[in-house]
Ligand binder design. Structure first.
Ligand code: UTP
Length: 462
């Protein structure tokens, strides 16, 4: 069998050991460990692009809209009341856990700390982590149950995330309700030579292996087993950058359970064909996501006889997932393909100096959680109203969409709607924010607020 040193040479990565003689014992150990965890054959294959090229035009021509629970469907397969009741019962019975993925590097936002620590509360100035924790505590209060929160970090965010939770008393979550676990990594390679990049003489430039890395991370770290031992049967999954997510949304969980789905996806109706969201589609009877960058314009713009977009369903990365399905998928985690992204990555040059570049010199490899969809035999797609479910923080201030301001505006607008539906008048220039621990939805606001009151200054209901 090849030793790791042989592999390094055989696969053309001898540069990784160029400064070996200058390293101390700890640095050598660290570097050797990193090298041993790399599958050089896999990297060579990924660089060579030996995986089957996909003909997106052909696929998109075959793609049709997925079967879905639509908003305002006059003949819904399941009634909203039945779904909500079913979801609420599963939550009360302790069968639901929440997964929050927070391992991304948040490059577009340009925030140096983990994105979950970004302050987004329009009046409260709460962080994204705090908004999710409050939302989950709101659900625990309503359903009188303890719900575990599983936060996925990456080496880029792990330490600061753990410190943040510990400095903030786990944001009100009780012992055992917060489980932080770290995803795996993939080496970045030089885009023109395929060589593994280093960012110091003893460290390989590793980046998180994508949100799809969750499947193997959950399995490897025994989380599927411990969750199952505590009675969890399904997870509610969300991304840390969307503060409009309602933690453990009982309606989504209810539709997921009633349809016996293994993997359920919440979608919103695309505003226009070429909108930059993943397209949830059905292909040969399986659910897939075609990324906007892969969808040819003709397919993106295609309409039905009624003038509606044929491929209308935009992915917002909120899912309900059956634990057993994740466990089965983990056995086959290599089945999730890697996607490549060209990125600018600082690297150690031949002289041993770290070079920073603004051009995309490197290829990073990521797995995507939605590639689980075609592996599931039973899926469900549920439409939500974007104004109530989707306001991600992706870009820095100044961009047209998905900025801190657009996200905050969406939170304020939702909470204003809830207050106004209760007969409260809110001055147009005023910001309002409702902590889910105070009220989880419009109904609860109605029970708590005095009708006919007026709000004239920025107000935080907590
Ligand atoms: P994005 O794809 O938006 O990436 O992640 P990002 O890292 O937040 O931002 P950019 O692209 O660098 O600007 C969507 C969600 O998936 C999580 C992120 O934390 C975010 O909640 N994610 C992403 C992971 O948990 N791990 C990853 O490897 C990538």
């Amino acid at each position: 069998m090849r030793t790791w040193v042989q592999s390094v040479h055989d696969f053309g990565h001898a540069h990784l050991l160029k400064f070996w003689n200058e390293l101390g014992p700890e640095e050598r150990n660290h570097l050797a460990g990193q090298i041993q965890s790399i599958d050089f054959q896999e990297l060579a294959d990924l660089f060579a692009g030996v995986e089957k090229a996909i003909d997106w035009t052909e696929l998109s021509n075959k793609a049709i809209a997925p079967a879905a629970i639509r908003l305002n469907d006059p003949n819904p397969k399941y009634s909203m009341d039945d779904a909500r009741e079913c979801g609420e019962k599963a939550i009360r019975d302790g069968k639901i856990g929440m997964i929050l993925v927070a391992g991304g590097q948040g490059t577009r936002l340009g925030f140096d700390l983990p994105k979950g620590m970004f302050r987004i509360g329009p009046v409260s100035n709460r962080s994204l982590f705090a908004m999710h924790a409050d939302s989950l505590r709101g659900a625990m209060r309503r359903y009188s149950v303890s719900i575990p929160l599983y936060v996925m970090t990456s080496p880029a965010t792990d330490l600061q995330t753990r410190e943040y939770f510990s400095q903030h008393q786990s944001l009100g979550l009780n012992k055992g309700e917060l489980i932080v676990f770290c995803q795996g990594t993939m080496p970045a390679i030089d885009a023109s030579t395929g060589k593994v990049l280093m960012d110091s003489s003893s460290n390989i430039a590793l980046s998180p292996d994508g949100h799809g890395g969750i499947v193997s991370a959950l399995d490897r770290q025994g989380i599927l087993k411990s969750a199952s031992d505590r009675g969890i049967e399904h997870f509610f999954y969300a991304q840390v950058d969307n503060p409009l997510v309602r933690a453990c949304d009982p309606l989504l969980i209810g539709y997921h359970l009633l349809s016996k789905s293994q993997l359920t996806t919440q979608v919103v109706k695309k505003r226009f064909g070429r909108e930059k969201v993943g397209n949830v589609v059905s292909l040969d009877g399986r659910t897939h996501i075609i990324e906007y960058s892969d969808l040819p314009d003709e397919a993106a713009d295609r309409t039905n006889a009624d003038g509606e977009l044929s491929l209308w369903a935009g992915n917002i990365a909120v899912h309900a997932m059956e634990l057993n399905f994740l466990a089965a998928s983990a056995k086959n985690a290599d089945g999730l393909p890697f996607h490549r992204a060209r990125k600018a990555v600082p690297f150690l040059n031949d002289e041993g100096i770290v070079e920073k570049t603004s051009s995309p010199n490197a290829i990073k490899f990521e797995r995507f959680v939605f590639d689980l969809l075609p592996l599931a035999d039973r899926t469900m797609v549920v439409e939500g109203d974007a104004a109530d479910v989707f306001a991600p923080v992706k870009n820095a201030e100044g961009a047209l969409t998905d900025t801190p301001t657009t996200s905050q505006n969406a939170v304020v607008a939702q909470h204003k709607r809830w207050l106004e539906q209760s007969g409260v008048s809110v001055s147009p220039s005023v910001k309002v924010e409702i902590n889910p621990h105070w009220a989880l939805d419009a109904e609860e606001v109605r029970m708590k607020i005095q009708r006919s009151s007026s709000i004239l200054v920025d107000t935080y209901f907590a």
